[in-house]
Design a protein around this ligand. Structure first.
Ligand code: FPP
Length: 248
């Protein structure tokens, strides 16, 4: 049951009865946030993980159905080993906490991406989190981990080609809905709103197929500083848009 109702007193006017179903966020700007404070980049990721906790909890409280966050891309392996290992450590910490709070939070969790290069403990934690939370029906949080939009599309194309070769698919009758079932996001509606903090104005290989008709919201605020008020601004901007999906 959402805790927030229409006309909640927020900095930006948000109608909580007209929320998007699905918000996706590129959690960008952790490194710059740390640099501005003379801290190591890993401190920025730790602050970013805190912001994720706050925003994910708030999204659940306002009754959002789906939240998808970009935690680690297929390209992020190029970063120094120390930074990669710090991000993986933060994910591990978060998953251990999430498993401990599952009965209370009742958030359904899924992972989008190829988890095979992750260490065994993290892979097991991801699978455990998905399995335990599968029975929950409220908010669903999808964490993109070793995720890339192009990689996802290639995998889907390969899997579909394999099904065709095995006589289980017909390329001449492949529909968008059927192809979507080969993506990591199978069964999840497309994002309505994609938020990118930190002032960068690009999609960076995030949900390329799924964001075809998403509304975008960009802000200069760095992810660790992204607050509930910033989310309200994004929601208010979204609610002021006219979505036509190619129609008039
Ligand atoms: C992008 O900022 C951020 C990342 C690549 C990592 C995001 C990871 C977390 C927020 C922590 C772990 C996540 C969870 C879900 C617990 P950047 O480092 O590219 O920032 P910059 O552009 O300022 O350098």
């Amino acid at each position: 049951m959402p805790l927030f109702r229409k006309k909640e007193n927020t900095a930006a006017p948000v109608d909580f009865d007209r929320l998007p179903r699905h918000i996706a966020i590129i959690m960008d700007g952790n490194g710059r946030w740390a640099k501005r404070r003379g801290l190591p980049r890993t401190a920025g990721h730790a602050a970013g993980a805190e912001t994720f906790r706050t925003i994910a909890t708030y999204c659940k409280d306002i009754g959002l159905e789906y939240l998808t966050v970009y935690a680690f891309s297929t390209e992020n392996w190029k970063r120094p080993a120390e930074e990669v290992s710090a991000i993986m450590g933060l994910l591990r910490k978060y998953l251990l906490e999430a498993i401990g709070r599952m009965e209370k939070d009742r958030v359904k969790m899924r992972f989008f991406g190829d988890l095979s290069p992750l260490n065994e403990e993290l892979r097991t934690l991801c699978r455990e989190t998905e399995a335990i939370s599968d029975r929950y029906e409220g908010c669903q949080v999808n964490i993109c981990l070793n995720y890339g939009g192009r990689d996802e599309l290639l995998r889907a194309a390969r899997a579909f080609a394999g099904d065709c070769a095995a006589g289980r698919g017909d390329p001449n009758h492949l529909s968008e809905a059927e192809f979507s079932q080969y993506l990591f996001s199978a069964g999840v509606p497309d994002p309505d709103l994609v938020i990118r903090p930190s002032g960068e104005l690009r999609i960076s290989n995030f949900l390329l197929w799924q964001s075809a008709y998403a509304e975008f919201y960009f802000t200069d605020v760095l992810w660790p500083d992204f607050s509930k008020d910033e989310l309200h601004k994004a929601l208010a901007a979204y609610q002021g848009r006219s979505r036509r999906f190619g129609g008039i």
